[in-house]
Design a protein. Structure first.
Length: 185
């Protein structure tokens, strides 16, 4: 197993386990909307794109065919979508809410009325994590993989924007000066 593969495995399990621990440790102090938001986000991620990415539905390649044997042993295909959906809903969305709340001086009003600052923070967090995930995907996957995107994926119409996105992602991932985000090719 390479260092990159071990890192991906650790990040996936960490992004699932840590939010669950934080939730169960603090559930009496958290607003009641946190659990329903987590569950709805999980379902949206699973049905919207993770199942599509994992099984390669409609002209895609299943995850076990595009990854190494080590990754397939530690993240089997049939739990890959589950782990990634839990990570998206927990570490990404709820983690983003936590960052948004902290940056706004722990003001709960950011959750009850529109706040451009809070929205900007959440947007930067979500986009940044997506770029980092794409960097990881490019470094451990075959460059010629046909990855079919899910129906709710922000990149649904892949045929018209694939080459443009590949150029942007490759530039961001392989340019060491970009925000210190350097992923080894």
């Amino acid at each position: 197993m390479s260092f990159e593969e071990a890192r991906v495995i650790c990040v996936v399990y960490f992004s699932v386990i840590v939010p669950a621990i934080v939730y169960f440790k603090n559930r009496s102090r958290l607003p009641k909307w946190v659990l329903p938001t987590y569950v709805i986000s999980f379902l949206a991620c699973a049905l919207g794109w993770e199942l599509w990415f994992t099984y390669g539905w409609v002209d895609g390649v299943a995850v076990d065919l595009r990854r190494s044997e080590s990754l397939n042993n530690w993240l089997p295909r049939d739990i890959n979508w589950l782990m990634n959906s839990l990570g998206d809903a927990g570490a990404v969305l709820l983690g983003g809410f936590w960052i948004m709340w902290r940056v706004n001086n722990r003001d709960y009003r950011v959750f009850s009325s529109w706040n451009w600052s809070a929205f900007g923070i959440l947007m930067v967090w979500c986009i940044s994590q997506n770029i980092l995930v794409e960097c990881s995907f490019i470094t451990i996957s075959s460059p010629k993989v046909n990855l079919f995107l899910g129906r709710l994926s922000p990149l649904w119409d892949l045929t018209s924007i694939q080459s443009y996105l590949n150029l942007i992602i490759e530039h961001l991932c392989f340019n060491p000066s970009f925000l210190g985000c350097y992923c080894r090719p």
